[in-house]
Write a protein that binds this ligand. Structure first.
Ligand SMILES: [Zn+2]
Length: 272
């Protein structure tokens, strides 16, 4: 399988670094939370490594999914340029207003079906809740913990159902998604136990490793791919913590830990 390049996989998922993940599905190519800047200090956050694969190596994409546009670790300068070059951006409503005409805002549980004239199977992209901090945390003017954030669920006939969490620290949100959008075949969980001084009293802004394992169980996901576990100084848990948490939960067999920029191929769904 090897490294991600412009050639699309029938079904494949690859984390490029930080939250940035490529999803190939039935001829479609999606990228969530594009970040392609090199390492360095960016505002109050410090990036410690660049992407495993350059944006230019990806070729064309069909849609860029953006969980939130407020934080540079989810959308940086090069990532924003990449998104605005794409034919379509799907994101939360507030971010869509800021990003402009190529962006479509989806409220939680709202979905859009993507069709192509070339015979590719339709894929539905559903927005699902994401809570970017503790349940009792500081809220923005819109009532969102930290800021308006969305996850996504991708579905299609005969295709694995793929959940992309975005920056979410809420197991309640995960339980809602399992109930309303499940069964989930593949979960890409943004983990890493992000903590930022001065924000939410330095409490978790994303799942920690133990909660990621709990989320995997709640979702009954057959494959879990952790993202957002590297590349930034405020990410406090990495791949070893994830591995141990899934071992502790007795579910190591669902964990997909390909190297950054390498493909993971989900099992083919048995029905659908
Ligand atoms: Zn964020």
């Amino acid at each position: 399988m090897g490294n991600v390049d412009a050639n699309r996989q029938p079904v494949g998922i690859s984390v490029l670094g930080g939250p940035t993940t490529v999803v190939d599905l039935a001829g479609w190519r999606f990228v969530i939370d594009p970040t392609f800047d090199g390492p360095g200090v960016n505002g109050h956050l410090t990036k410690t490594s660049g992407p495993a694969i350059a944006a230019s190596a990806l070729g064309a994409v069909d849609a860029v999914l953006i969980s939130h546009d407020d934080h540079v670790d989810n959308l940086d300068t090069e990532g924003r340029r990449f998104a605005l070059d794409a034919p379509r951006i799907l994101t939360n409503p507030g971010a869509a207003g800021r990003l402009g005409t190529s962006a479509q805002g989806l409220a939680p549980w709202e979905s859009v079906q993507l069709h192509a004239s070339d015979g590719r199977r339709a894929v539905t992209v559903q927005a699902v809740p994401a809570v970017h901090g503790p349940a009792d945390g500081d809220r923005d003017a819109g009532g969102n913990v930290t800021c308006e954030t969305t996850g996504f669920v991708l579905t299609g006939d005969g295709l694995p159902t793929i959940y992309l969490s975005g920056d979410n620290a809420s197991l309640e949100a995960v339980a809602d998604i399992a109930a309303r959008s499940g069964p989930i075949d593949v979960a890409v969980l943004f983990a890493g136990a992000a903590r930022v001084p001065g924000r939410q009293h330095e409490r978790l802004l994303t799942l920690n490793s133990a909660w990621a394992a709990a989320a995997a169980e709640v979702l009954r996901a057959k494959l879990v791919i952790p993202a957002h576990i590297d590349g930034w100084a405020h990410v406090t848990e990495g791949v070893d913590d994830i591995r141990r948490a899934f071992e502790d939960a007795g579910i190591s067999e669902v964990l997909g830990l390909a190297a950054l920029g390498h493909w993971t191929v989900p099992p083919t769904p048995t029905s659908g």
